[in-house]
Ligand binder design. Structure first.
Ligand code: ATP
Length: 338
């Protein structure tokens, strides 16, 4: 009998994404508050003659079925570390939107790592698995641990956070994704432009570490998470992040009188202006907070409870401002063998 292992891995939303200035190496330091949500991909690994990938789900055609897939890279990396030929069939059942700012690819990388580890019986420690995850990408370690965590550095230096209750979300899925590197570039461009406007035309360097405040987690937001207080979390999310001007002004300010704890929001909206309508539709339908999830274009809405989330997802679907709207709760456990 051929043995196979299936691992379920959650999506994430960033309840805060504070983005520092661009460093000389081109990366940005982050204060990234990750929360795992109950939307899952399932990765199944089965021994095979050769490494191959299949994908099912509504966005399957947008996922690479070759060795650039993060799940394939995870199998190769673990195999190389333990001297095992990665001859496996990886099947991904995708529920997480592709290129949606919810770390779907990272989830599949973490899922494949845990699945291959269980199949091959490598006996790798949790620390080894986490360090392999960090090699695969900055969001991958969080997909492994789930729950809630503060990510520093490029987001990969994780400190688990306490969460004192269940939060109810609705995720509005857009048609088509956004490229995360393109959203960071747009964030830098907006910061340069805002700086030139303040300091005089021709002034440059406004997106660099000298001109952008160091990213810091919001104490009010961490308290709200620890207490499981949805109203306090919503107000911390809408209180804004890096001071206005640096993020080029956050369009969400006009939505419900708040800002956004996501410094990438202005950039995502600048690249996809129709997101303003999605954010407005959620705010109008009673969401306690409306933000772009990570680099977008998925929008995340906080609801008071399960009934409010059901009503909100119905209103968002009816608004015609998104492809679909899916309720989900957080926190959710990390990569788990099922
Ligand atoms: P993040 O939130 O971590 O920035 P994302 O959720 O916006 O990421 P992904 O769904 O991870 O985006 O996809 C980003 C790109 O990665 C895709 O356009 C695709 O080309 C590539 N990719 C590689 N492996 C996968 C995978 N297993 N699932 C989805 N996309 C993948």
């Amino acid at each position: 009998m051929t043995r196979s292992v299936t691992v379920s891995v959650p999506a994430k939303v960033n309840v805060q994404l504070a983005v520092g200035g661009v460093r000389p190496d081109g990366f940005h330091d982050l204060a990234n508050v990750f929360l795992a949500v109950g939307l899952h991909d399932r990765v199944t690994v089965t021994p095979s003659d050769t490494l191959r990938i299949t994908v099912e789900g509504p966005d399957a055609d947008q996922v690479p079925a070759d060795r650039t897939n993060l799940a394939a890279r995870a199998a190769e990396l673990l195999g190389a570390r333990y001297g095992i030929a990665p001859e496996v069939h990886l099947h991904i059942a995708k529920e997480i939107p592709v290129a949606g700012g919810m770390a779907g690819g990272s989830a599949d990388g973490a899922g494949a790592l845990v699945a291959c580890d269980a199949l091959w019986g490598t006996g790798a420690s949790r620390e080894e698995l986490l360090s392999l995850c960090a090699e695969l990408g900055s969001d991958v370690p969080f997909s492994l641990i789930g729950g809630a965590a503060l990510g520093r550095g490029r987001g990969e230096l994780l400190t688990p956070l306490e969460v004192g209750g269940t939060f109810h979300w609705v995720f509005a899925v857009a048609d088509g994704g956004l490229s995360t590197p393109a959203v960071y570039r747009e964030c830098d461009r907006l910061r340069e432009a805002a700086y030139a406007e303040r300091a005089g035309a021709g002034a440059t360097g406004g997106a660099s570490v000298e001109h952008v405040p160091d990213p810091e987690p919001s104490p009010a937001l961490l308290d709200a998470l620890a207490e499981g207080d949805v109203v306090a979390l919503a107000s911390a999310v809408m209180a804004g992040g890096t001071p206005p001007g640096f993020a080029g002004g956050t369009p969400a300010r006009t939505v419900s009188g708040g800002g956004s704890s996501n410094d990438l929001q202005a950039a995502a909206v600048s690249l996809r202006p129709s997101l303003t309508e999605t954010l407005e539709a959620g705010a109008k339908a009673g969401a306690l907070a409306s933000i772009v999830s990570g680099s977008g274009p998925t929008c995340a809405f906080l609801a008071r409870d399960a009934a409010a989330a059901t009503a909100l997802s119905g209103a968002l679907r009816a608004s015609g401002t998104c492809r679909t709207a899916i309720p989900a709760t957080s926190p959710a456990p990390g990569a788990t063998v099922v």
